[in-house]
Design a protein around this ligand. Sequence first.
Ligand code: DQA
Length: 145
Amino acid sequence: MKFLIMNGPNLNLLGLREPDIYGKEDYNALLARCQRVCALLGVEMESFQSNHEGALVDRIQEAMGEIDGIVLNPAAYTHTSVAIPDALKAVQIPCVEVHLSDINSREAFRRHSFVSPVAIKTICGKGFDGYEEALRFLYDWLQKA
Ligand code: DQA
């Protein structure tokens, strides 16, 4: 089984970026945490981060036939992108949506996600723990599928 961890714009700046909201740990620490969880589950892991919507769409398309499940934090594109959920629907790879912060208790514009309707689950407000929960949920979901 192989999972793809995808992160959208500005998540490469974790640790520096609004640490009161997104935490003090950096992007590499996030990947290390995900890698540890995948190793425990016996799952292969790939990661991809981009600040560009089209690059995220390209990576989702390339995942077809290669990746069993996606953990995706679309970051700001959550609230603006139609192309990302369209790509997820096209490839039919199960995806868990994750947000470090609780998007429902912040500015009004963050409350709507274009990705949630195509995700098998959405987890928010749990920081790095949310990624671990997403990986475990995806693993269990695929075992049952
Ligand atoms: C985010 C929440 C988004 O609203 C924001 O634009 C991000 C990060 C989160 O992880 O909490 O960049 O997806």
